[in-house]
Design a protein around this ligand. Structure first.
Ligand code: OFO
Length: 169
């Protein structure tokens, strides 16, 4: 049985994931506006992934007999100093999401809610991957920041990214 406290925190995370999606669309818009369509594509795929994360939580809550309450998303950051800056902001955001899942897991363990503990493990693994991805991009972009040719090639690579929900589970 999921307590009201745990259900509310899980519900908050549905909304946090939609917030993350909006933040990534805002980063895509910044990149697109500055003629970096490959980076914009990367962020649009990331936004799709965040919506998938939100809906996975949504389905879990439904399966547990809890009605999800969707709230308005918060206004994302829209001004950035550079493409590299978007990746730094993204990493910070991901670290915040990781903390959310640690808090959720702590509560699930406290309540001995074993099904929820098991469900949340997927997100904990996912967050390790997400943070590593952004850290790698920050390292590469820092290295090639002033090399327009390298930046062009790197951007084209990220322009190929697509989101495949079937590859997630
Ligand atoms: Fe949902 O993983 Fe990023 O935020």
């Amino acid at each position: 049985m999921i307590s009201e406290k745990l259900a509310n925190l899980l519900n908050d995370q549905v909304n946090n994931e939609f917030d993350a999606a909006q933040a990534y669309v805002a980063m895509a818009a910044y990149c697109e506006h500055n003629s970096y369509s490959g980076f914009a594509n990367f962020y649009l795929a990331q936004a799709e992934e965040e919506r998938y994360h939100a809906m996975k939580l949504y389905e879990y809550l439904n399966d547990r007999g809890i009605q999800v309450k969707i709230t308005a998303t918060s206004t994302p950051k829209v001004d950035f100093d550079s493409v590299l800056d978007t990746f730094k902001v993204a990493l910070k955001q991901e670290k915040g999401v990781t903390q959310n899942f640690y808090d959720l897991s702590d509560l699930a363990w406290e309540e001995r809610e074993h099904a929820t503990i098991s469900f949340l493990n997927w997100y904990l693994d996912e967050q390790v991957e997400e943070e590593a991805t952004f850290e790698t991009h920050i390292d590469y972009l820092t290295r090639i920041e002033h090399d327009q040719n390298a930046l062009f090639i790197y951007e084209k690579e990220l322009g190929k990214r697509t989101f495949d929900p079937n590859a997630e589970d």
